[in-house]
Design a protein. Structure first.
Length: 89
């Protein structure tokens, strides 16, 4: 009789421990999924920002804009034909 009660107690304890383990694993899975979703949203936001920055960089690096700054702020001018020297190899 004592052996049966001991075996029953051990099996009951193992069942409860297994149930707690399943609940804990499911909770960890939920937390990991929420983190994954947040990181996916962050990735999408960063990709959008990267595209916007690439467009802004392309705008700032346009040749006509650089030429306007060179002429306006720096007083640079294109050399005339007389001032141009062509070097051949």
């Amino acid at each position: 009789m004592i052996v049966r009660m001991l075996a029953f107690s051990i099996l009951l304890l193992a069942t409860v421990a297994s149930a707690i383990g399943v609940v804990y694993a499911r909770q960890q899975s939920r937390v990991a999924f929420i983190t994954l979703s947040q990181l996916g949203n962050d990735r999408d936001n960063l990709n959008f920002e990267f595209g916007r920055l690439q467009l802004e960089q392309a705008t700032w690096a346009e040749n006509n804009r650089i030429e306007q700054i060179a002429r306006g702020k720096l007083g640079m001018v294109s050399p005339s034909v007389v001032e141009t020297i062509v070097i051949k190899r």
